[in-house]
Structures are given as C-alpha cells and as structure tokens.
Write a protein that binds this ligand. Structure first.
Ligand code: 2NE
Length: 260
C-alpha cells in the first residue's frame, strides 16, 4: 500500500508509524485509518519487529482525533460510523507486541483515545491531553470511555468526558494516563531507550503478557462496537451536527436549542 497520510519506518526492531497530517493537527480521515491499519498489520506480524511506536508529525499534535473538516455529520468511508476507527483501535490491542504512543503535543479527542489504548505512552512536557466529544457533537464509546476509566479511574474518566478540559503532561502522569514525561528535546531519545529495553526481553513472554492484560478488558470491544452503532445514529442528529458546525465555524455550540 502506498501511504499518503502516514509515514512508516523500521530500524533496530522498532517500527515507527507516524500520522503525517501536521496541517490538520494529525486528525485522521478514512484514508488515515486505512493506512494505520495496514501499517499496524505490517509491523504487528513481522517477527523482526519487537516494538511499534505510534507518533504524530510536527511539533503541535500527536493527533486531534477525527478530521472534522471531512465529517459534516457523517464520515463516508468503511466502518460503522464511516471511519474504520473501531478496527484501528482493536488492532492496537491485537498486535502481539507493545505499541508506544510518543506524544509531543496535543492528544485530543480520538487522538487521546489512540494514545490511551497504546500499551505505553511517553510524553513531552509540552503535551496536552483531553477529550472533546461533548463539545463537538461526538463521543468515543467503549475503549474511549469505559477503557479510559480502567486507566485513570471512574471519577477522573467521567470528569474528562463531561467537562472536556485539557490536561498537562504532568497531570496526565499523575492520573496514570502516561508512563513518563520528559523535556521535548529528550522525547525521541527516551522513547528509543524504552524500545531498546523492550527489545532485550522475551518477545513471547511479552506477547502473552499483552494478551493477558487485554483479556481482562476484552468486554470493552463489545461496548465499542455497540456504541459505534449508536454513534452512527447520533451523527445523523441536529445536535451532533451543531457540534461539528460550531467547531468548523469557530463559535460556541448551542446544543440545547437543538433538543426539542
Ligand atoms: C486540538 C485543539 C485543542 C487545538 O486548539 P488550538 O486553539 O490550539 O487551535 P485551533 O485553532 O483550534 O486549531 C488549529 C487548526 O487545526 C484545526 C483547526 O480547525 C484549526 O484550523 P485552521 O483554523 O488553522 O484552519 N484542527 C484541529 N483539530 C482538528 C480536527 N480534529 N479536525 C480538523 N481540523 C482540526 C482544538 O483544535 C480542538 O479541540 N480540536 C477539536 C478536535 C476534534 O473535534 N476532534 C474530533 C473529536 S471526535 C473524534 O475524534 C472521534 C472519535 O473519538 C471516535 C470516532 C470518531 C471520531
């Protein structure tokens, strides 16, 4: 597959997959998801690869989630909501090797969900995390919500979703959303150090450990697919479209006016 939206590189047993849409803050469209799925399968089932790093191009964003400019109330590709996002999220869990999110800037919306699902997250001091769904007419059910609660606890996860605040890298570290925070200019080296350490460990033991961790939260996959079906219906409502339109028009959404 020729990639338009991502970059793919392999070195020293590490596959680095970079969302390469910096002008869109690395927001993903259908094409991006398809390419990420292809790249994750390529790296995930290559026995020479021991670790996968998921990153965003440029210095502003890891990813800010679904591309709102390609959305207008409904995406138009494969997958329940018109984006194969549940397949992408599942695959991060299904590849039998650790996936590390390297977060240098914003991990917002579906971008934060991708980072959350990754096995490990290493962040720069400049990174910011948060969910925006209820601000922009969306929600990421299952892995984005219920699994987040497994990671940061119920109260914090509900705060993150209901209030849509942004959190600093240090706050994300304190709530267990990231594993380490380093100065921006040390991020690449720190991620390389974690990868090198993992490469010294038994790949089969790690694969079994990953699958064992996954098994305990496997019911989230069912919540995700059920929830995506609901999300597809929600995207067809005026309430959701008001969120998308308000974001694109840079104004405050008036959700309650739309609820009859
Ligand atoms: C990321 C954030 C917090 C940045 O805020 P700020 O104030 O620093 O910058 P600004 O002006 O908001 O954004 C800069 C440019 O990036 C674009 C903006 O539209 C803006 O474009 P220009 O005016 O310069 O042309 N931009 C940022 N994020 C974008 C996006 N996702 N799609 C398209 N353009 C984007 C702030 O921008 C923010 O909160 N963004 C909201 C992100 C958002 O709504 N994400 C989608 C959530 S829904 C989702 O991810 C999802 C899911 O979780 C599950 C299934 C399907 C979708």
């Amino acid at each position: 597959m020729d990639y338009q939206d991502i970059l793919y590189a392999e070195a020293d047993g590490v596959a680095t997959i970079t969302i390469n849409r910096p002008d869109k803050m690395n927001a993903f469209r259908g094409q991006t998801c398809e390419e990420l799925i292809d790249a994750l399968n390529r790296a995930g089932w290559n026995a020479d690869i021991g670790v996968i790093v998921l990153a965003g191009a440029g210095d502003r964003a890891f990813s800010t989630g679904g591309d709102q400019s390609a959305h207008e109330g409904a995406y138009d590709g494969r997958g329940t909501i018109g984006l194969p996002v549940e397949e992408l999220q599942s695959l991060i869990r299904d590849v039998p090797k650790p996936v590390i999110a390297k977060v240098q800037g914003y991990a917002i919306g579906g971008g934060n969900v991708l980072a959350t699902i990754c096995d490990l997250t290493i962040a720069s001091e400049a990174a910011q995390f948060g969910q925006v769904g209820p601000k922009v007419g969306s929600v990421d059910p299952g892995f984005g919500t219920a699994y987040l609660a497994q990671v940061v606890g119920e109260k914090k996860a509900r705060e993150i979703w209901y209030l849509c605040r942004r959190y600093t890298a240090q706050e994300a570290l304190e709530m267990g959303l990231v594993n380490a925070v380093v100065p921006a200019d040390e991020l690449d080296a720190e991620v390389a150090r974690w990868c090198a350490e993992i490469m010294e460990r038994s790949p089969t033991a790690i694969a079994i450990a990953k699958r064992s961790f996954n098994a305990a939260t496997e019911s989230m996959r069912g919540i995700s697919s059920m929830g995506m079906q609901a999300l597809a219906l929600y995207y067809g409502t005026e309430e959701s479209q008001e969120g998308v339109n308000a974001f694109m028009e840079k104004r405050k959404p008036e959700f309650r006016k739309k609820i009859k």
